[in-house]
Design a protein around this ligand. Structure first.
Ligand code: GLN
Length: 272
């Protein structure tokens, strides 16, 4: 039986800043390289709640404030309920920058009205105003969300450090939701409390943009594995891939930023 994976891509034309489509491509290719059939389904103004319900993994990128507003006007009623149901039921996903802001309670832009979010993640985001510096630059975090940290450590054999790039004006404060990780380099959720992103059910929320999965391919494998296990209700073991180039790229970045994480092996173990 050929396994099938449908990637739901939230509003590709409105929410895909700073290379966020890299996350979609990484999941797609790494699933195809294992022989799975992959479909990428845009979830946008032309989609229905049924489309949202049909996907196995969700990718949401960043957006400028104006685009975020358009998306929130569309993501209402049955579509909002379908998103909530998917995330509550454990559909894995990676949500970047503007997307977690929308999954939280609200986002207050630098100019204009508060945009109400879906309230799935217990967090709020506020842009302190046009004259405040944006949070821009390389980002390194240590994953601290307990279940995810344990899974990633099992896959890679060492503590999970994620390399990324952030670019946001909004500052996020977490309520009861668990942080994705703690900031080792960069600013993260707000530049103050040392937290980065959030982790809820199997949804990964982060300020790290679309190089996140290419730079940390074991996270893409975790998403694929989690999606297939949920869909087929059986233990799925992914074939290992040669990630030596990604490992080298990570090491170059750690060296440049003078961060000293544990070494990863070039071939991640993805069974378990
Ligand atoms: N508009 C949001 C902010 O500035 C999100 C930006 C983004 O997704 N890159 O915080």
């Amino acid at each position: 039986m050929t396994l099938e994976l449908t990637i739901g891509w939230l509003y590709p034309t409105l929410m895909s800043t700073y290379g966020d489509r890299g996350n979609v491509i990484t999941i797609e290719r790494r699933a195809q390289w294992r022989g799975y059939t992959v479909k990428v389904l845009p979830l946008d103004q032309n989609s229905t709640a049924e489309d949202i319900k049909s996907v196995d993994v969700i990718v949401g990128g960043g957006a400028q404030d104006r685009q975020q507003e358009i998306v929130m006007r569309d993501l209402q009623g049955a579509k909002a309920d379908a998103m909530r149901e998917k995330i509550e039921n454990g559909t894995p996903g990676v949500f970047t920058c503007g997307s977690p802001q929308l999954l939280g309670h609200y986002y207050e832009p630098g100019l204009g009205q508060r945009i109400e979010g879906l309230g799935i993640l217990d967090l709020v985001s506020i842009h302190p105003g046009e004259n405040t510096k944006r949070c821009i630059g390389n980002l390194v975090i240590e994953v601290t969300a307990s279940r995810l940290a344990k899974d990633l450590e099992e896959m890679t054999g060492s503590k999970a450090y994620l390399v990324g790039f952030e670019n946001h004006g909004g500052r996020t404060k977490l309520g009861k939701v668990e942080a994705l990780g703690k900031v080792v380099y960069g600013l993260g959720n707000n530049g103050e409390d040392g937290t980065e992103g959030a982790f809820y059910q199997n949804a990964i929320a982060t300020y790290s943009h679309g190089p996140l999965l290419p730079k940390n391919p074991f996270v893409a494998d975790w998403l694929i594995q989690t999606a297939l296990r949920l869909k087929y209700q059986q233990p799925i073991t992914l074939q290992p891939l040669d990630d030596s180039l990604a490992v080298q790229a990570r090491e170059a970045m750690f060296k440049k930023l003078q961060v000293n994480p544990p070494k990863l092996s070039a071939v991640a173990k993805v069974s378990g």
